[in-house]
Design a protein around this ligand. Structure first.
Ligand code: ADP
Ligand code: MG
Length: 392
């Protein structure tokens, strides 16, 4: 997914006004009738139609006239709304290279006024499997307006809330900076995902730390559910940071034991294969924790006895139990384990050609230091659209 911020240069206040109108219309229309967009935007002299043409040219909206003359936002259109809001808030002023692309996200560097570089994660829930979700009509029945915008926003809100709560409890996670729509801004973690690390000075210590994290999360009432070599960052000092939280569940989830065991198993397998840790060694270390099952794996049931819960804090952070249930239903329906390549492409593509990029690829474009400054792109804090953009 390309994020060409240069296009922001060509966008006027009216463009953003109409883009926001499309977004508002999408709260209860998959395809928003052009007339409704016109009514919401209320530009003079039929200006909306001219603007829609311009937005279409820049691939910020998609035109659909199969049932009626209508439009919907593309990922890029939604990206621009979130970016503009965050720029207006002063969270960052420039966007740089893409540093990662996950199965359901794109990660970019952004920079604030002081020159601090942060990470921007744009959630793309449904990029891979929106058709699969749509096929699950039983699940969608209660929500006719259920769409990728809503899901991606929910995933971002969850990630932001969990990151904050985990940070408050001294878990090694990125610092949560801000969140808008499907976009999370967090501190940039130096180093690489573990999957890219071929050698470690102390693999046994890292292994112990990582298993210790899974156990400590469970003690706090949480299971990561995607705890693997792609979501563990390691820096030069071999410090571990965990990332990627939209799929986390509570230990009270009916499949909690299975998720917990799967996370543990993933780590055991990876360390055995990549760093040739033997099970004798693994077993000794796990025993030191005093909480192991027959298999030398940490035992879920014994951890639960000491359980504490982050649920209340998370509810207080704005991510409700209902949000959690809705997101869980989606994630279970389109499990991260499902075969990426076998799934149908989303039908809400934004007209860009590279939607089929490999899962969990980290982009090495270190030569591309081109930071785009938003001030020079004509984005000012006084922009009148700010009110609408922040209306969320
Ligand atoms: P996904 O949910 O799509 O898997 P992740 O949050 O795991 O997304 O991010 C994908 C990749 O982007 C990671 O594997 C990592 O390489 C990079 N990345 C994500 N967050 C950060 C961060 N805060 N700092 C540095 N790199 C990051
Ligand atoms: Mg990931």
């Amino acid at each position: 997914m390309k994020l060409d911020v240069n296009a922001l240069r060509y966008l006027s206040k009216d463009d953003f006004r109409v883009l926001t109108a499309v977004e508002m219309g999408m709260r209860n229309h998959e395809i928003v009738p052009a007339e409704l967009i016109d009514r919401i935007a209320s530009l003079r002299h039929g200006g909306t139609y001219k603007v829609l043409k311009n937005l279409l040219k820049h691939k910020l909206v998609h035109h659909d006239s199969s049932k009626y003359d209508g439009f919907r936002l593309t990922y890029l259109g939604y990206d621009f709304l979130a970016i503009k809001t965050l720029v207006n808030r002063g969270v960052f002023t420039a966007v740089g290279r893409q540093i990662g692309v996950g199965k359901e996200s794109d990660i970019f560097e952004v920079q604030n006024e002081d020159g601090t570089v942060m990470a921007m994660k744009l959630h793309r829930l449904g990029r891979v499997s929106f058709r699969a979700v749509k096929a699950k009509r039983d699940y969608l029945r209660h929500r006719s307006s259920y769409n990728w915008l809503y899901l991606s926003r929910l995933a971002a809100l969850k990630e932001f809330s969990f990151m904050k709560a985990l940070e408050d409890h001294d878990f090694p996670v990125p610092k949560a900076v801000d969140c808008n729509r499907h976009c999370v801004i967090m501190s940039l973690i130096p180093g690489f995902p573990l999957v890219q690390v071929k050698e470690l000075e102390n693999p046994d210590i890292i292994f112990e730390t990582v298993i210790g994290l899974i156990v400590r999360l469970a003690e706090h009432g949480l299971i990561h559910c995607d705890f693997n070599e792609f979501n563990i960052m390691i820096n030069d000092d071999e410090k571990v940071t965990m990332i990627d939280f939209p799929q986390m569940v509570s230990v009270s989830h009916r499949n909690a034991q299975m998720y917990f065991d799967r996370d543990v198993e993933c780590i055991f397998k990876f360390f055995k294969k990549r760093f040739k840790l033997t099970y004798e060694l693994l077993s000794d270390e796990a025993d030191d924790n005093g909480e192991t099952d027959d298999n030398s794996r940490p035992s879920f049931s014994s951890i639960l006895k000491n359980g504490d819960s982050l649920d209340k804090e998370l509810a207080a952070s704005g991510f409700t139990k209902k949000d959690q249930e809705e997101l869980e239903r989606f994630i279970e329906g389109t499990s991260k384990d499902s075969n990426f390549g076998d799934e149908e492409e989303t039908d809400d593509d934004s007209g860009t050609e590279d939607e089929s990029i490999a899962c969990h690829q980290t982009i090495d474009n270190s030569n591309d230091t081109d930071i785009k400054n938003f001030e020079s792109l004509g984005l000012t804090k006084q922009d009148a659209i700010e009110r609408e953009c922040d209306a969320e």
